[in-house]
Design a binder for this molecule. Structure first.
Ligand code: ASP
Length: 589
């Protein structure tokens, strides 16, 4: 037997017992003839006590950091207890030990606080994973996985695997492709999601499917994106939107209860996509704080009458004017408002300036537009915005889409500065009624907002023939949003061949191409496809949210870096000439 207990198991009640432990040497502290060693494994840390007068071998076979050792000894009560450690009441008086393996000097400190930089730790990820932070994250991920499976199991979902080697399809992100040796000149693609397979499983009559599954998307990476990531992917038959929302609200509550001991009893609020855009400027509002956008003027339509008849070029000519109210912000100094102005002028935000109105506690008004707006008008704007005495109104002017986006970001920034984004508060919601299409300016065509398998709302289906009305068609498509982050999304699907063909045509795919690429799905819809719908959650992101950290990378055992590289494997990498020959491929570079 390598060990009788793990390094996290021993307590005062074990005092006097002879035990054998195995693990890694974390620290060595020598005091004359006495040496203390912290021995670590996945379960914890136990202090070892070597007394050279009893045990001379330590001098002959010195220990080093990260050596793998086996020790035999007696559990004794510590004179100097450490209440911060679960095993802090005891130590092991070592009688014998063996080095099972030596270790090179680790390139960084393997403790909570480490001196290793990001890239170095990625390169030695197996060592980084020994650190308590990452170990906790991996444990959390495992527990979330269990919790999700348990819930879906009680709801009758079957876990069914779908293939990774599939065919490349248009729409969505770019595919990763895999050359086929046996089928010369042809390629598989890795799935961006199991979307069409889970729909086919509904046609097969499996009713409720789920999978915790890898998805692959060859997109330009942003800080929190990974080229391969994990989804909790689900599909259900004979459901309407309401059924899907109920089941997965249940999943969410279950996971929060099990993992965070947080009881979310209220039904999740539902907000239409239009309302979300109008009131928060984006489709994933952070509801931990209020501060809604005030639509003073939108696309040249004036909502706040006080703007009318004022000789001020900025407000007159702007396509859109939006405001937010910063509670108790009237005391901001010139320096602070200047700094906010600089903030909105940053290239990422892209505004040309910031207007403000300070609502004095004495009922007076002071603003950056005093020259154009008298106090009466300023008080009318304040009333429009529901600003109270002592508040500060911030106003942005510009093109509709850009101004709305900028204001939504300014709102988040102010929420951050005012510490309204408390990480211990959870405000989930459903955003519903997404548009079916969106216009892609770059490609100059309509594209599917969610994906081409999403059904239009039945009452809008007739407009599928009328390009003029594409922008108005809404879908029973929904996102689940938590604290300003989208963590899942899905829709009710098309299950009729003719409607699916109409959809492909709307996206600019001709009949031949649709048949060539999606013939399998169109064919399946001819054999009794049931009404169905589903959803997928970003599993890595859900774990990060539950763990209270920003980066999904910290919740993936072996992630890629920002350039999509695995720095440990040094992948991607060139392949042998022989491999290329087998595949009948020649590189042009
Ligand atoms: N397959 C979709 C996605 O990956 C989710 C869904 O519609 O169920 O976003």
């Amino acid at each position: 037997m390598y060990r009788t207990q793990t390094c996290g198991a021993l307590r005062l009640e074990h005092a006097g017992e002879e035990v054998t432990l195995a693990g890694w040497v974390q620290t060595i502290r020598k005091h004359g003839s006495i040496t203390f060693v912290d021995l670590r494994d996945r379960y914890g840390i136990t202090q070892l006590f070597f007394n050279e007068s009893l045990n001379t071998r330590l001098d002959e076979t010195p220990l080093g950091r990260e050596y793998v050792v086996q020790v035999k000894g007696t559990v004794v009560e510590r004179s100097n207890k450490n209440p911060k450690m679960p095993t802090g009441d005891i130590e092991i008086e070592v009688s014998d030990f063996a080095i099972m393996n030596v270790s090179a000097l680790p390139p960084f400190t393997i403790e909570e606080e480490t001196d290793g930089g990001d890239e170095l730790r990625m390169k030695y990820r197996y060592l980084d994973l020994r650190r308590p932070t990452l170990k906790r994250n991996m444990e959390l991920r495992y527990r979330v996985n269990r919790s999700v499976r348990n819930y879906l199991d009680t709801q009758g979902f079957w876990d069914i695997e779908t293939p990774f080697l599939i065919r490349s399809t248009p729409e969505g992100a770019r595919d990763f492709i895999v050359p086929s040796r046996m089928n010369e000149g042809e390629f598989y693609a890795l799935p961006q999601s199991p979307q069409t397979f889970k729909q086919l499983l509904m046609v097969s009559g499996y009713d409720r499917y789920y999978q915790i599954v890898k998805c692959f998307r060859d997109e330009d990476l942003r800080a929190d994106r990974q080229p391969e990531f994990t989804q909790i992917d689900c599909e259900m038959s004979f459901v309407e939107q309401e059924d899907v929302l109920q089941i997965f609200e249940g999943l969410f509550k279950h996971v929060f209860r099990e993992i965070k001991s947080v009881d979310i009893t209220d039904a999740f609020p539902r907000m239409t996509w239009e309302d979300a855009m109008w009131n928060y400027g984006n489709d994933k509002p952070d509801l931990r704080f209020d501060m809604p956008l005030q639509n003073l003027k939108v696309n040249h339509r004036v909502y706040c009458e006080a703007l009318q008849g004022v000789d001020f070029k900025v407000t007159n000519e702007a396509e859109t004017l939006l405001a937010i109210v910063v509670p108790d912000g009237a005391g901001y100094t010139r320096k602070q408002t200047d700094e906010l102005t600089e903030w909105v002028k940053r290239p990422q935000i892209g505004m040309t300036g910031l207007l403000y109105i300070k609502c004095g506690t004495d009922g007076s008004f002071k603003s950056s537009v005093d020259k154009f707006f008298d106090e009466q008008r300023q008080s009318e704007i304040a009333a429009f915005c529901s600003a109270k005495p002592g508040d500060l109104i911030l106003i942005l002017a510009g093109k509709e889409a850009r101004t709305r986006k900028a204001m939504s970001e300014l709102r988040i920034e102010m929420g951050e500065r005012l510490q309204l984004r408390n990480p211990d508060v959870y405000k989930p919601l459903w955003v519903i009624d997404f548009p079916l299409f969106e216009y892609d300016e770059d490609e100059d065509r309509w594209v599917a907002r969610h994906h081409p398998f999403t059904a239009p709302k039945p009452e809008h289906a007739a407009w599928m023939n009328n390009r003029e009305r594409f922008g108005e068609i809404k879908a029973n498509a929904y996102d689940i949003v938590l604290n300003g982050t989208e963590i899942g999304g899905g829709s009710i699907r098309i299950y009729q061949r003719d409607l699916q063909e109409q959809m492909f045509a709307a996206l600019g795919m001709d009949r031949e191409e649709a048949k060539e690429k999606f013939g399998f799905l169109l064919g399946a819809f001819e054999y009794g496809a049931p009404p169905h719908g589903g959803i997928a959650f970003g599993f890595d992101r859900l774990c990060a949210l539950l763990g209270g950290q920003e980066s999904i990378r910290d919740y993936i055992a072996f992630p890629k870096n920002n350039a999509g590289r695995d720095v440990m494997l040094n992948a991607p990498a060139a392949v042998d000439e022989k491999q290329l020959q087998d595949l009948n491929l020649r590189l042009s570079v």
